[in-house]
Design a protein around this ligand. Structure first.
Ligand SMILES: NC(=O)c1ccc[n+]([C@@H]2O[C@H](COP(=O)([O-])OP(=O)(O)OC[C@H]3O[C@@H](n4cnc5c(N)ncnc54)[C@H](OP(=O)(O)O)[C@@H]3O)[C@@H](O)[C@H]2O)c1
Length: 244
């Protein structure tokens, strides 16, 4: 069983970046199933419209708002749209990301390297920055940053990705410290390898013996983090990895 039966997010509003496919879509469907109103965001309108259609088909409530997390004004507009539609924000999943293999540092294209940092790290900062005033207004909230196990060890050819996720982990802890008094919990979710468009490397297996998941396998932990009490764990990293 993949969903955490009995978890309720009724009365909560969740904003999810990168909700058009993969892990973000699976979590959007699960949060809606648990009763949350869900705002699905990504750059591709077609993909988030599909996520919303799937949620509506299962009896949930959701809207799609296109946004590019590298553009702060666009992320601010996402949160204004969410509040306009559902009257507040309680749960934010900063999930939008790219997994570009940039090559060795020596051979990487500086522009592509910076793009990874811009989407993953600056995008998460933009998302948190734009969300915080709305979470404060709600009196409590959950901010979940989608991390990666690749942040904790060097990986040849993936320096931009690893550095972006290492930065996101420090951002998670810093936000948690800054928002402790506002009952806004900030935690990192590390999914471990998941079969998505990002990890579609054809025949080449990059993950050795690690548990290769489907996006739905990330759902129970995402529900757990979204449904903790107002005074609950913060500045913590929760991982679905099965090895150090
Ligand atoms: N799959 C894994 O094994 C794995 C492991 C560890 C961590 N993660 C993390 O999990 C998250 C989701 O990854 P995934 O595997 O589900 O990848 P995915 O299937 O490629 O989905 C990525 C999502 O992010 C959106 N996105 C990308 N750039 C964006 C931008 N500039 N602004 C707004 N949205 C943007 C994409 O939509 P558009 O392109 O339409 O914008 C898409 O909806 C990422 O943060 C990734 O680093 C994944």
């Amino acid at each position: 069983m993949n969903s955490a039966e009995g978890t309720t997010l009724r009365g909560k509003v969740a904003v999810i970046t990168g909700a058009g496919r993969g892990i973000g879509r699976a979590i959007a469907l699960a949060y809606a199933k648990a009763g949350a109103d869900v705002v699905c965001s990504a750059r591709s309108g077609r993909e988030i419209d599909e996520t919303v259609a799937l949620i509506t088909a299962q009896g949930g409530r959701a809207i799609a708002i296109t946004s590019d997390v590298t553009n702060y004004e666009s992320v601010e507009a996402l949160f204004s749209g969410a509040v306009q539609a559902f009257d507040g924000v309680d749960i934010v999943l900063a999930n939008a990301g790219v997994g570009t293999v940039t090559g060795t540092v020596e051979h990487s294209d500086p522009k592509r390297w910076k793009e990874v940092i811009d989407v993953n790290l600056v995008g998460a900062f933009h998302t948190a920055r734009a969300a915080i005033p709305h979470l404060r207004r709600s009196g409590a909230g959950k901010l979940i940053l989608m991390g990666s196990g690749l942040r904790q060890r060097p990986n040849a050819n993936l320096s931009a990705y690893g550095c972006s996720k290492a930065g996101m982990w420090l951002l998670t802890q810093t936000l948690a410290l800054e928002l402790l008094d506002a009952n806004i919990s900030v935690n990192e979710l590390i999914p471990g390898p998941v079969r998505t468009a990002m990890t579609d490397f054809g025949d080449k297996c990059q993950f050795n013996e690690e548990w290769l998941k489907e996006p739905e396998d990330v759902v129970p932990l995402a529900l757990f983090l979204a449904s903790q009490p107002d005074v609950g764990p913060s500045a913590q990293s929760f991982s679905l990895m099965r090895r150090a």
